[in-house]
Design a protein around this ligand. Structure first.
Ligand code: ADP
Length: 169
């Protein structure tokens, strides 16, 4: 085995620490799961260079869906939206990387798939706003809140990947 000098080990440790980056909460909603789009959606985040640090499949209760969408409780579609989110399995994920919150939203596309650009997830794969297959946090505060709502701290895995030095230089 190759002996790694202590100084290099320290450098690696520092790099791992420096690589602690922005995180966002991404969920594939029940329509995306039922339509067999899990791998397609994950691959778009993965190929971009973002890092998956948490993932699980879960059927949220309606109460849980109401918590997740609490900001929208005054909207007319709130009840239907919460019924829908709790209607089947959801893939809950946390993705990490430089600018992942904002760029994740770009990968996802506009809320209404009719207005999403081609090339985006909703633009390419969905047709109507009530079945737009994916959720992504819309800012740093929501990202933090949603990650905390959906995951326990020990479900998040910090690791360094060999790709990072090629992605970030
Ligand atoms: P986004 O998911 O793009 O952040 P919002 O936070 O505004 O969008 O809305 C949350 C979700 O509520 C949307 O993804 C969509 O599923 C649903 N939604 C938004 N607007 C409508 C609407 N007019 N009719 C039905 N469902 C809607």
């Amino acid at each position: 085995a190759l002996a790694i000098p202590a100084a290099v080990c320290m450098l690696q440790e520092q790099e791992v620490h420096a690589a602690e980056m922005e995180r966002t909460f991404i969920a594939i909603k029940p329509d995306g799961v039922q339509r067999g789009l899990i791998a397609e959606i994950i691959s778009r985040f993965e190929r971009k260079g973002f890092k998956l640090v948490a993932i699980k499949i879960v059927v949220p209760s309606k109460e849980f869906a109401q918590k997740h969408y609490h900001d929208l409780k005054e909207r007319p579609f709130f009840d239907g939206l919460c019924d829908f989110l709790s209607s089947g399995p959801v893939i809950a994920m946390v993705w990490e990387g430089e600018g992942v919150i904002k760029y994740g939203r770009k990968l996802i596309g506009a809320t209404d798939p009719q207005k999403s650009e081609p090339g985006t997830i909703r633009g390419d794969l969905a047709v109507v706003v009530g079945r737009n297959i994916i959720h992504g946090s819309d800012g740093p505060e929501t990202a933090k809140d949603e990650i905390n709502l959906w995951f326990k701290p020990d479900e998040l895995v910090s690791y360094s990947s060999n790709a990072e030095k090629w992605l970030y230089g």
